[in-house]
Design a protein around this ligand. Structure first.
Ligand SMILES: NC(=O)c1ccc[n+]([C@@H]2O[C@H](COP(=O)([O-])OP(=O)(O)OC[C@H]3O[C@@H](n4cnc5c(N)ncnc54)[C@H](O)[C@@H]3O)[C@@H](O)[C@H]2O)c1
Length: 716
């Protein structure tokens, strides 16, 4: 063996061909962490010094090729400022270039997932052969950065500027056919032929049938573009990319600027420029937040898989009560993931509607080529609509999604317990009502949990799994396992009215209502909050949720937390409901809705809204954007801190991810806890104090005050 280290080994095969195998010790995947980078340097050095080496094949000893750099190591360096990041980047450049400069032909045999730094290392090779089972890409922009290990320099030289812009700015993962078409790889072969194909490529290079030196020279030279071509490739791309990414996501534009600047430079100069632009992206708050989101997502996944492992119950048959908006969605979701489900309603029309909605969703999948008509009918056959409890004796779980009324729900549970077996789990999809309260009167409260899906079920990734006072660990574990099986992300929370997500969303709505009460224009508030990053402003969101639903839920929250969520004024939304403006569902809410060309609701401003709410709002006046943001966001922030204080949610990671997945909290801000960290705890406390006269939703809880006193952050 020519070299052996903790990550890389170099072994001589026949005729001077050396296999440089990446197999990071103690890890299930290959990632470019400090250990691997240092080891790559040592392995490259050993190969360079050995005159018997005639060619190098880069392979992976794991099912993946390389998943990228180790993101957990970034935080500290990025936090240390631009110079530290430039140093990091230049270190990687030196090492990658040394590998690229080996005096022999090189090939990467890409066997599996090849992302980020992995793709950048593969680009240092003269040839790339890809398994038909692999995927390749540069997803860095999703983390608020861009490829900083030479990707923006080498990729355009390999696949052309246009293609490279698309790969880097979208961060898309490419299937083998796309990678081959763009020229990122030289061949795609069956997995079992990969090594033979890579070796054959090297042999051709060694025999002079492939001009590997010319190949390499292209990567070292400036891009072959004249002025007009450059303008076409970069300037026009900038307009498109800039427009798509928007001001909140600066990384794709920084990548493009870097590519434009480096197009006319040789490799080493170009890499130095890339390092500078990369550092600019790395120190942005957006990069910090998006990397935080990635890491928080890992925490959420680990936590739920630990829960699921505890489950002894394998859920093979589910049932849903209610075939309405939520019940129908839950049935579709379950069936589409292969789990048979009985759907019971008291109303035949509702059952028909539930089935036809599922049919519509599946037809769309067929149209898009994502499923076949045969699969569609198989999926539909997994939903069994019924008006009676006939089959309930053999179901493992019943998800209740009847109307949001505690009396109705309790009556339904009493009836249901007599129909199911002793160990059937009963899960309520209530959006606000306490699970502990709903469990009162149940014979088997240990089997009762909350399972809060979000609307529309097939689109929204989150399910809050709610532990009532008497819910057993086994019931929670089985519900978490089921949620994952249904393709959703479970987050376990403790019980209280509204659980986590709605408990923090309603104070935000309170903030909005108080702004309106004090004379703010709802359109102006929407605009500011959309600019802040929310997918829709609070008035628009209210229309989408349904004004009656929102008012009803607000009443539950007011009863649960009368000290701060019971308004002493009449809210504009309440007035609109009284005037039969229920939002999108009946075509009129804060806005009115017309159908666009595709039949989707399009919001239009309606002056009569202002007349209707005039009795409960002050004379219209301008509010600074900062004030609007603070008055909406501080109530959300104080409530999330209370939820952490009370153990409703276990960690700030889960809290932030619940808001991202549940209500579309702007990802580039990372979540409410990250928002506190980035705004600065002192500023948050100052805003709480400034607005505390408006109501207790603005009062800073002890957790925040303690953080301010000790200078602590939620993260790091
Ligand atoms: N709509 C949302 O955005 C949303 C989001 C999350 C949670 N939820 C919760 O989900 C539940 C259902 O809400 P929805 O919006 O689907 O309501 P919906 O009015 O669309 O559907 C309720 C369905 O339940 C049926 N039903 C009533 N009593 C029944 C019974 N005894 N047995 C069987 N079916 C019965 C009704 O016929 C109706 O079809 C509520 O608790 C709600 O708070 C709703």
């Amino acid at each position: 063996m020519l070299y052996s280290g903790p990550a890389f080994s170099a072994t001589a095969l026949d005729d001077g061909i050396v296999e440089l195998k990446f197999d990071l010790a103690g890890e299930s995947v290959n990632k470019l962490n400090r250990v691997a980078m240092a080891d790559l340097a040592a392995a490259t050095d050993a190969i360079a010094k050995d005159a018997s080496v005639k060619a190098v094949m880069l392979t992976s000893g794991k099912p993946v090729f390389i998943v990228g750099a180790d993101i957990t190591e970034f935080g500290g360096i990025f936090g240390a400022g631009e110079d530290a990041v430039v140093e990091l980047s230049m270190g990687a450049h030196k090492l990658f270039s040394a590998f690229e400069d080996l005096a022999v032909p090189t090939v990467a045999a890409i066997n599996g997932i090849c992302l980020g730094g992995g793709t950048e290392l593969a680009l240092c090779c003269d040839y790339r052969v890809m398994s038909a089972a692999a995927k390749m890409g540069l997803p860095e922009v999703k983390l608020g950065i861009f490829p900083g290990f030479g990707g923006t320099v080498r990729l355009p030289r390999v696949i052309g500027a246009d293609n490279a812009v698309e790969w880097i700015a979208t961060g898309a993962e490419k299937r083998p056919d796309a990678a081959l078409k763009d020229g990122a790889v030289d061949a795609v072969v069956a997995p079992e032929q990969l090594q033979a194909a890579a070796i054959a490529t090297l042999r051709q290079a060694m025999e002079g049938k492939l001009d590997w030196k010319a190949r390499r020279a292209e990567r070292l030279a400036p891009l072959k573009l004249n002025g007009t071509e450059q303008a076409m490739a970069f300037n026009s791309a900038m307009a498109v990319v800039g427009g798509k990414a928007g001001p909140n996501y600066p990384a794709p534009m920084l990548a493009l600027k870097s590519m434009q600047k480096t197009a006319g430079l040789g490799r080493d100069e170009a890499l130095a420029v890339e390092a500078k632009f990369f550092a600019k992206a790395a120190v942005t708050p957006q990069a910090e937040a998006l990397i935080g989101v990635f890491l928080a997502d890992q925490v959420v996944k680990k936590t739920s898989s630990a829960w699921a492992k505890k489950s002894k119950k394998d859920i093979k048959q589910a049932a849903v009560l209610g075939a309405g908006i939520m019940g129908g969605g839950i049935a579709y979701q379950s069936a589409s993931k292969g789990l048979p489900i009985v759907m019971k309603d008291i109303n035949n029309t509702a059952l028909d509607l539930g089935m036809s909605e599922a049919g519509k969703l599946l037809s769309k999948q067929v149209e898009k080529g994502r499923t076949t008509p045969e699969e569609m009918s198989k999926t539909l056959s997994r939903i069994r609509p019924t008006l009676n409890y006939g089959d309930f004796g053999s179901v493992d779980i019943v998800i209740e999604a009847v109307v949001e009324n505690p009396k109705v729900k309790k009556a339904v549970f009493a009836e249901l317990e007599g129909q199911v077996s002793d160990d059937t789990i009963i899960a309520s999809n209530t959006s606000t009502i306490s699970i502990t309260y709903l469990a009162e009167g149940l014979k088997r409260p240990a089997n009762f949990v909350g399972m809060h899906f979000f609307n529309p079920v097939h689109m929204m990734p989150l399910v809050e799994v709610i532990r009532g006072e008497k819910s057993s660990d086994e019931a929670i574990a089985a519900t978490v396992a089921l949620t994952t099986k249904m393709g959703k992300t479970p987050i376990v929370v403790n019980d209280c009215p509204g659980f986590l997500v709605n408990r923090v969303l309603f104070p935000y709505f309170d903030g909005f209502h108080m702004l309106l009460r004090d004379g703010a224009d709802f359109q102006a508030v929407d605009k500011v909050m959309e600019r802040f990053g929310w997918p829709m402003g609070p008035a628009y969101l209210m229309d989408v949720v349904g004004m009656d639903t929102a008012v009803h839920a607000a009443a539950v929250m007011a009863e649960g937390f009368p000290d701060r969520m019971k308004p002493d004024y009449k809210g504009a939304t309440q007035v609109l409901v009284e005037n039969d403006r229920l939002g999108q569902k009946n075509g009129k809410g804060y806005y009115v809705y017309e159908k666009d060309k595709k039949g989707r609701p399009k919001k239009v401003v309606d002056p009569t809204t202002y007349d209707l709410i005039s009795g409960v709002v002050a004379e219209r006046r301008e509010f600074e954007a900062d004030e609007i943001v603070a008055r909406c966001m501080i109530p959300m922030v104080t409530e999330i801190a209370r939820c952490l204080e009370e153990g409703i949610v276990a960690t700030p990671y889960e809290a932030d991810m619940a808001l991202l997945y549940g209500i579309g909290f702007p990802p580039f801000r990372g979540g409410a806890c990250r928002y506190v960290d980035q705004l600065g705890i002192d500023k948050v406390i100052a805003l709480c104090d400034k607005y505390q006269s408006l109501g207790k939703v603005y009062a800073a809880p002890k957790l925040l005050r303690d953080m301010a006193a000790s200078g602590k952050k939620f993260f790091g």
